[in-house]
Design a protein around this ligand. Structure first.
Ligand code: UDP
Ligand code: MG
Length: 340
């Protein structure tokens, strides 16, 4: 029987072959200095480079390293979720594998945790080595989210954080498909605090978040925690209605005074029609975003599919390859179809 870890560190891995060795080295130094048992859970999110073999090798020679291999790429937030589902520690630490989040900061987080906080998130004071576009969109994103969501999501914080077992147990119960983990942690509540750090450049490789993934991520974040985009429709509709109410008598009077030619011609009508159609389609799109996500939930597919696991106790390794954390009540069919 292995010693039960106090700390579980979770790192998602998507084509990170250039970072794994250094991540492991720095993690061992930091975590050993706590003097308490720990585990490092590496979730391979369908990597196509040498990452899978590298982490298997690590798991083979180091019992504190555990590995989960996804059957394909499921995305960063899902990989983190699988790590959380598999964590056994009293405190779970989420960290990126590219060393943009310095492992040394974990010691500060642990200190705050021992002082009685259940969530310690890392606030980026400064970011080094990122494009102005990423800096600008990130800054904008965090501020928009902060303003329009119903939970207090601290600005400039990523997923780099420590969470107490109490919070982890709440997250494990939240099986929503479009996941915004930092929002879900804020939603859970408890005593939360931040520690600041300077976000370094990536140690090796390129960002795995192209613009398309960033947009999708932002949409997930907003739709998961805010109805604001739906509510602005009523304001726009009110404003346009008011405009019409004022315009009708105004146009009538002007016509009487200036004659038939006033406001004649199709051009005005066509321009207005295009403008209004654009408005309407835009709001239809927003509505569609919520409807599609509702559909995602109703299908009730598992969040991820596991191809292989290394380093866990036998019982866990033999379990089915879907997210076990969502138990199906006995005697109830979950209606899951193959390829459904
Ligand atoms: N990642 C992942 N699956 C993905 C994309 C990213 O597991 O589909 C991992 C990646 O390996 C890294 C972390 O998520 O450990 C953060 O990704 P990245 O550094 O590319 O994001 P950025 O820091 O540029 O926002
Ligand atoms: Mg990164």
């Amino acid at each position: 029987m292995k010693e039960k870890p106090v700390y579980s560190v979770v790192a998602p891995i998507y084509n990170e072959e250039g970072n794994i060795d250094l991540l492991y080295k720095r993690m061992v130094t930091v975590m050993d200095s706590t003097g308490e048992p720990w585990e490092l859970i590496l979730v391979n999110d369908g990597s196509r480079d040498r990452s899978p073999e590298m982490i298997n090798e690590l798991a083979a020679r180091e019992p504190r390293i555990k590995v989960v291999h996804f059957a394909r790429n499921f995305g960063h937030q899902t990989a983190v979720t699988a790590g959380i589902d598999h964590a056994a520690g009293e405190a779970v630490i989420l960290i990126d594998a590219d060393l943009q989040d310095p492992p040394e900061l974990i010691l500060d987080m642990i200190e705050r945790w021992k002082a009685g906080f259940q969530v310690v998130y890392a606030v980026r004071e400064k970011r080094i080595g990122e494009s102005w576009f990423k800096l600008f969109t990130a800054k904008l994103f965090y501020r928009v989210i902060y303003r329009i969501t119903d939970v207090d999501i601290p600005v400039d914080t990523g997923d780099f954080r420590l969470m107490d077992r109490k919070v982890v147990d709440v997250l494990v119960r939240m099986r929503e498909h479009n996941r915004f983990i930092r929002g879900m942690t804020s939603w859970a509540g408890f005593r939360q605090t931040g520690v600041t750090y300077v976000r370094e450049a990536r140690h090796s490789g390129e960002t795995k978040y192209p613009l398309s993934k960033m947009v999708r991520f932002a949409m997930d974040a907003i739709t998961s925690f805010s109805y604001f985009p739906l509510q602005i429709m009523v304001y726009v509709s009110g404003a346009l209605g008011l405009l019409a109410l004022l315009a009708i008598p105004l146009v009538a009077v002007l016509r009487l005074m200036l004659g038939e030619g006033f406001f004649g011609g199709q051009a005005t009508t066509i321009v207005l029609l295009l403008l209004m159609s654009s408005f309407q389609l835009f709001f239809l799109f927003i509505l569609g975003q919520y409807v599609a996500r509702t559909y995602d939930e109703t299908r009730n597919r598992p969040l991820y599919v596991i191809a292989d696991k290394r380093g866990f106790e036998d019982a866990a390794a033999a379990s089915p390859p879907i997210d076990e954390a969502a138990p199906i009540p006995e005697g109830v069919s979950d209606g899951r179809q193959p390829f459904g």
